[in-house]
Design a protein around this ligand. Structure first.
Ligand code: 0WE
Length: 258
């Protein structure tokens, strides 16, 4: 059985009740994990209130602001984890951002600043969080991130995020190789398109969902719960021999050529 009792899990990237990170947090909680939750702080504290109310039923032991663009906030987050738990078993990375203008139109128009922003938040952040997590994963651990097919194949308008996801997927492999000797596993889940805050801001997401329903072997989209269950597997001892992998949770869409 999948049992995460006594495991301490830090979950990033919950923005609202449609977040894939929320689906993952619920599954980790259901499996018995003790949760820490980070949120993206904003000037008015709206996100803090929203996420705090959402996660309250999961009784998180930690609720921390963490903007990964600010290295000091990453340090403070893991200082707080160390103080509360002493060690960490699970890190869930569900962070991505690109400027909206860079998720439409000509890819060749992507600015250096937009490129760097997308790569910083969506790819480099896995390196900085993993480096900090490693120091606390003294009994080994599991790190899971979220990726998308657009990092492997060209998806119209995904543009700079595709480059960021390609970098993220290589981060998974290099981090897995680096941290394996500490018995820390690093894996990615490549989720099919789901309606979330991030994807709803994208033009044509409904058309993409209908395309998946037509083409994918399961003829439907996946849910946050299904991604959460796969994440719980990758976080648990059931996947003890699995590292450096990208697990597709996409109704099988990625296998199709036509
Ligand atoms: O990784 C993503 C979305 C990531 C994302 C979304 C936004 C929207 C709002 C990153 N940055 C931003 N910035 C914003 O201002 N997905 C896998 C969902 C997604 O996004 C797409 C997709 C799909 C699928 C963008 C274009 C085409 C398809």
């Amino acid at each position: 059985m999948l049992d995460l009792t006594g495991k301490r899990a830090l979950v990033t990237g919950i923005a609202n009740n449609r977040s894939i990170a929320w689906g993952i947090a619920q599954q980790l909680h259901a499996a018995g994990a003790d949760l820490g939750v980070t949120y993206l702080p904003d000037a008015k504290g709206k996100m803090e209130k929203k996420v705090k109310d959402l996660v309250e039923p999961l009784n998180p032991s930690l609720f921390l602001p963490c903007n990964v663009q600010d290295e000091a906030q990453v340090t403070e987050t893991f200082d707080a984890v160390k103080k509360q738990w002493g060690q960490l078993d699970i890190l869930v990375h569900c962070l991505a951002f690109a400027n909206r203008d860079d998720l439409m139109g000509d890819f060749s128009e992507t600015s250096k600043a937009g490129f760097q922003l997308a790569l910083d938040i969506s790819a480099y952040s896995l390196v900085s969080l993993s480096r900090a997590a490693k120091l606390l994963m003294t009994d080994g651990g599991s790190i899971v991130t979220l990726t998308y097919l657009g990092g492997v194949k060209v998806i119209p308008n995904y543009n700079v995020m595709g480059i960021a996801k390609a970098a993220l997927e290589m981060n998974v492999r290099y981090l897995a190789a680096d941290l394996g000797s500490s018995n820390i596993r690093v894996n990615g889940i490549s989720a099919g398109p789901i309606r979330t805050l991030a994807s709803s801001a994208v033009g044509g997401i409904l058309d993409m969902i209908h395309h998946v329903e037509d083409i994918a072997p399961l003829h439907r989209t996946v849910t946050q719960e299904e991604v959460g269950k796969a994440a719980a597997f990758l976080c648990s001892d059931l996947s003890s021999g699995v590292t450096g992998q990208i697990l597709y949770v996409d109704s099988g869409y990625n296998i199709m050529g036509m």
